[in-house]
Design a protein around this ligand. Structure first.
Ligand SMILES: [Fe+2]
Length: 337
């Protein structure tokens, strides 16, 4: 009786099986998958530098904080992710609360200033960004500037400021406000915000609207303005930045996080990646590149165009407690989402 599988096909099948086994082996030893919610251009620079130095290939899967955080939680132990990088802390907290992070290597933790990493060491800061009040000086004089972000709830601010409530950036600011002021006060502020503010999609749109005189002011992160200034300045030339300082909730500095997944099968390489981006070369990319985010490494310098991080007088907020679900819940209750 003739075999149902012709011999040439048998050979082909065998070759395919060997090839895929080879692939599995290669993936096991030679590369990591990074779920990246940081700005793609910044992470790409990190990956290029890391791969060049270590020879370890990195596959990037890009998305936003909430989307990728939820995806990792859903995937659980089956997640293909070796490393998770975010724009803000709440998505790190989401994954951490699900118990999915492996402890970060001690030598890596020690590279980062203790103010920019949670004490438990399950993840750490890789960069930082400051909340800022952007305004159009032809609409608002310095004397009219708010002393606190909380002032923006007052009736005289009605119709005069904008924000991007749907984004993880603004939601991190809200999560920090909950930590500082409590749920009740934050909810009250959010309800007043709903009455007073104009909604935009993304911080860049807020900046653009302020620049164009469509709205007097807005709450964004600092780098949107610096990035635009470094290009043509066309979306920021009519704007100025006001830092709230004085440990105000509006002076919140948000920590971008990095962590290694407990389910990673390439932990050594994943840990090496975190070590590299928080080390001298990785942090220098923040100083010399075009991201304009703050460096968080010990003795690492940020771009000299920025107001130094130490001068921002940011509130001390425990990044490991920032609760995105609670922030979203209160924002939904206030009709913002
Ligand atoms: Fe951003």
């Amino acid at each position: 009786m003739k075999s149902p599988i012709p011999s040439f096909l048998k050979k082909a099948l065998l070759a395919t099986a060997l090839l895929s086994a080879g692939h599995a082996y290669a993936a096991d030893t030679a590369g990591i998958v990074v779920y990246n919610a940081q700005h793609e251009s910044l992470t790409k620079s990190w990956v290029e530098g890391f791969t060049q130095e270590t020879g370890i290939p990195v596959t990037l899967r890009n998305g936003d904080d909430t989307e990728m955080g939820n995806q990792i939680v859903q995937e659980g132990a089956d997640s293909p992710a070796d490393v998770f990088l975010t724009e803000n802390s709440p998505a790190m907290v989401l994954v951490d609360n699900a118990g999915l992070f492996a402890p970060v290597d001690k030598t890596t933790l020690e590279q980062v200033d203790s103010a920019y990493r949670p004490a438990h060491g399950k993840w750490l800061g890789i960069a930082a960004r400051s909340t800022v009040f952007v305004y159009n000086p032809s609409k608002l004089s310095e004397a009219q500037l708010p002393k606190s972000i909380m002032d923006l709830a007052a009736p005289n601010w009605k119709g005069r400021w904008g924000a991007s409530p749907g984004g993880a950036d603004f939601q991190a600011i809200v999560a920090a406000m909950i930590e500082q002021k409590g749920e009740a006060a934050t909810l009250e502020w959010l309800k007043a915000m709903k009455t007073n503010f104009s909604a935009y999609r993304g911080n860049s749109s807020v900046l653009k609207a302020v620049n164009a005189g469509q709205i007097d002011s807005g709450v964004i992160y600092h780098y949107y303005s610096f990035v635009d200034q470094a290009k043509t300045g066309e979306n920021s030339k009519n704007t100025a930045l006001h830092y709230f300082k004085h440990k105000d909730p509006g002076a919140f500095v948000s920590i971008s996080g990095g962590g290694v997944l407990a389910s990673s099968k390439h932990k050594e390489q994943a840990q090496a990646f975190l070590k590299w981006i928080t080390g001298k070369d990785g942090q220098a990319i923040l100083k010399d590149g075009k991201s304009f985010e703050y460096a968080v490494g010990k003795n690492a310098e940020s771009n000299p165009k920025l107001v130094p991080l130490q001068q921002l007088d940011a509130p001390s907020v425990d990044a490991s407690k920032l609760d995105s679900r609670k922030a979203v819940e209160l924002m939904t209750q206030a009709g913002l989402l």
